[in-house]
Design a protein around this ligand. Structure first.
Ligand SMILES: [Zn+2]
Ligand SMILES: [Zn+2]
Length: 275
C-alpha cells in the first residue's frame, strides 16, 4: 500500500490519493498550478507538483482547515483558505486532533501493512483568505470560489466553469459526512450551501471530493462523483431540516448524535443544532 498515489483524471488534472482515503488535487494551468489541499503532508509536495506541472508558481488552497487536509501547509510560504476557516489555519493540530488523526487514518493504514514516514504538521507562515466569488486564474483554467459553510464554517468549493469541474472538499462524500462538529455550521446553513451547489448541477460534469475509497459501492470512477449527488445531498438535508428524517442513533467519540443515510453517503448531525 502506498502513502501517495497519483491518479490522472483529465488533461491537466490529477488526484493524489493519500493513504487510500484522502484526496488532494493538482490542476495545471498555463501560467500557474494549483494544489488543492496538502493532506497530512507526508511527502515532498512542492516536488510532487513540479513533477506533474513543471516549474511554475503554485497556488496552494485548503478546502477547509482540518488536519487531514492542511497538515502539509508548512511546506509552502503561503496558502489560501476560506475566510471563516482562517482563524484555525495558523496553528499545528493540538494533541486531541493528532490522536484522532492517528486513530482514523494512520492505524488503519499500518494495520493494512503500510509504513508511514514521520508526520510533522504545521501552518504556512502566511495565510491568505478567499471570499465567495473570488476567481483563481491559472491561465486557460480558472477556479471560482464558492463559500459553502457546513462541515466547517469556512469550507469552500472550487468551480471550473468552462469544464464543469466542482471540487467539494468534505461537504459531500460516498459515506456519511460530519455536519455535527463544534466547528460545523448549523445544519440549516449546511443545507443552504448544498442547495447552492445543487443549483450548479446543469453545468457540472463531475464532482471531486476530498476523500475517496476505491471500494465505494456505487461503481463511480476514481475520485469522481456524478453530478446527481448534489441533489441527493440537497434533498437529504432538506428532509432533516424539515423534520421528515430524524436519522438513526450515531455515536461519535462518546457523544450520541444522529445520522441520516442517503442513497449515496449521508449526514451526521446534532439534533440540537438544526438551526
Ligand atoms: Zn474535514
Ligand atoms: Zn477530511
Amino acid at each position: 500500500m502506498d502513502v501517495y498515489r497519483v491518479i490522472p483524471l483529465r488533461e491537466n488534472l490529477w488526484a493524489v490519493s493519500e493513504l487510500e482515503k484522502t484526496v488532494l488535487y493538482v490542476i495545471n494551468g498555463r501560467e500557474k498550478a494549483l494544489l488543492l489541499d496538502t493532506g497530512f503532508g507526508l511527502v515532498n509536495l512542492p516536488e510532487l507538483v513540479r513533477g506533474l506541472c513543471g516549474e511554475k508558481p503554485v497556488v496552494v488552497v485548503n478546502s477547509h482547515a482540518h488536519p487531514d487536509h492542511n497538515s502539509g501547509n508548512n511546506q509552502f510560504d503561503a496558502v489560501w483558505v476560506g475566510a471563516f476557516d482562517e482563524p484555525e489555519s495558523h496553528a499545528a493540530p493540538d494533541e486531541a486532533s493528532r490522536e484522532q488523526s492517528r486513530a482514523m487514518f494512520f492505524e488503519e493504514f499500518e494495520k493494512a501493512g503500510g509504513t508511514l514516514p514521520p508526520w510533522n504538521p504545521g501552518p504556512a507562515p502566511r495565510v491568505n483568505v478567499l471570499l465567495d466569488g473570488d476567481v483563481i486564474d491559472l491561465g486557460g483554467l480558472a477556479l471560482r470560489v464558492i463559500e459553502a459553510p457546513g462541515h466547517t464554517r469556512g469550507s469552500i468549493a472550487l468551480f471550473e466553469e468552462t469544464l464543469g469541474w466542482l471540487f467539494t472538499g468534505d461537504l459531500i462524500l460516498t459515506w456519511e459526512v460530519w455536519g455535527q462538529l463544534e466547528t460545523s455550521a448549523a445544519l440549516r446553513v449546511y443545507h443552504r450551501s448544498l442547495e447552492r451547489l445543487d443549483a450548479l448541477r446543469p453545468r457540472v460534469t463531475a464532482v471531486f471530493p476530498a476523500h475517496w475509497d476505491e471500494k465505494n459501492p456505487y461503481g463511480y470512477p476514481s475520485c469522481q462523483l456524478q453530478p446527481e449527488v448534489l441533489s441527493v445531498y440537497a434533498e437529504g438535508t432538506a428532509r432533516i431540516v424539515d423534520g421528515r428524517d430524524e436519522g438513526v442513533p450515531y455515536e461519535f467519540w462518546g457523544r450520541l448524535l444522529r445520522c441520516a443515510y442517503f442513497s449515496v453517503g449521508g449526514m451526521v448531525f446534532d439534533p440540537d443544532r438544526i438551526g
